[in-house]
Ligand binder design. Structure first.
Ligand code: 13P
Length: 258
């Protein structure tokens, strides 16, 4: 298997200048142990510039947590354009995180616009998809995932996933301490990859699909075991360098055994 693992830290609305500097200092130092893993941090927008400067010369990449769907800069108070994210050193941007979907009313169409704008700006979107507990219990997991991914495939084409990442984040596992079982994660990832393969098998074989939802050092290796699991999108555990690095170690160990 030729997909390099990716471990991405989504800091959400956490951090301060001091705590960020300490965290990044430790991550840069430790990450050298894992040359076979791509590592990305996604701080709050206000800190991107400073974190990006601190990351210069390191292997750690910078991502944003969101961007405006507007194709052009201009009179959109409070919004942040993808070209600005590029300007401060971002290579990636998260789109469609479940917190944005549920708390800020982002539907599939808006997420697809953000995905498209990100790529037009030269950013790699990390498209988040995932079902709620109610949807899982009602047997709707696959139809929800199919619609979330399908809207973007219809809008942007399967080829767009040549420069994109997918993150499967079951909503019920985010910040709850509950995780999908390794088999549930693998099943969802295989389903997503098969859906993309129906449009373009080559791209589907290349795209990285991350698991997110209460990943920690102690459970990462088993969650990353599935053949279609290519790393993780990490929330709370990405705020502690030691914990984040043990997740990178787990990704490196799994990459060696796949
Ligand atoms: P936790 O790892 O805190 O559950 O968050 C996962 C997540 O939402 C990453 O985007």
């Amino acid at each position: 298997m030729s997909r390099r693992p990716l471990v991405a830290g989504n800091w959400k609305m956490n951090g301060s200048r001091d705590s960020n500097a300490n965290l990044i200092h430790d991550v840069i130092f430790e990450v050298r142990k894992y040359p076979d893993v791509d590592v990305l941090v996604c701080p709050p927008a206000v800190y991107l510039d400073a974190v990006g400067r601190q990351l210069e010369g390191s292997a750690v990449q910078l991502g944003a947590q969101d961007l405006s769907e507007q194709p052009k800069t201009g009179a959109y108070t409070g919004e942040i354009h993808g070209v600005m994210l590029r300007d401060v050193g971002c290579t990636h941007v998260i789109v469609g995180h479940s917190e944005r979907r549920s708390l800020y009313g982002e539907g599939n169409d808006k997420v697809a616009q953000k995905f498209a704008t990100a790529q037009e700006c030269g950013l790699i979107p990390i498209l988040c998809v995932g079902e709620t507990l109610e949807q899982r219990e009602n047997g709707q997991t696959e139809s929800v995932l199919a619609e979330q991914l399908g809207t973007v495939v219809t809008a942007c084409g399967a080829q767009a996933f040549k420069q994109a990442v997918i993150a499967y984040e079951p909503v019920w596992a985010i910040g709850t301490g509950l995780t999908a079982t390794p088999q549930q994660a693998q099943d969802a990832h295989a389903f997503l990859r098969a859906q993309l393969a129906a449009s373009d098998a080559k791209i589907a074989g290349l795209v990285r699909i991350l698991y997110g939802g209460s990943v920690k050092g102690e459970n990462a290796e088993s969650l990353f075991a599935g053949p279609d699991v290519d790393g993780g999108l990490i929330g709370g555990a990405s705020l502690k360098a030691g914990e984040f690095m043990s997740i990178c170690a787990a990704a490196a160990a799994q990459a060696r055994s796949k």
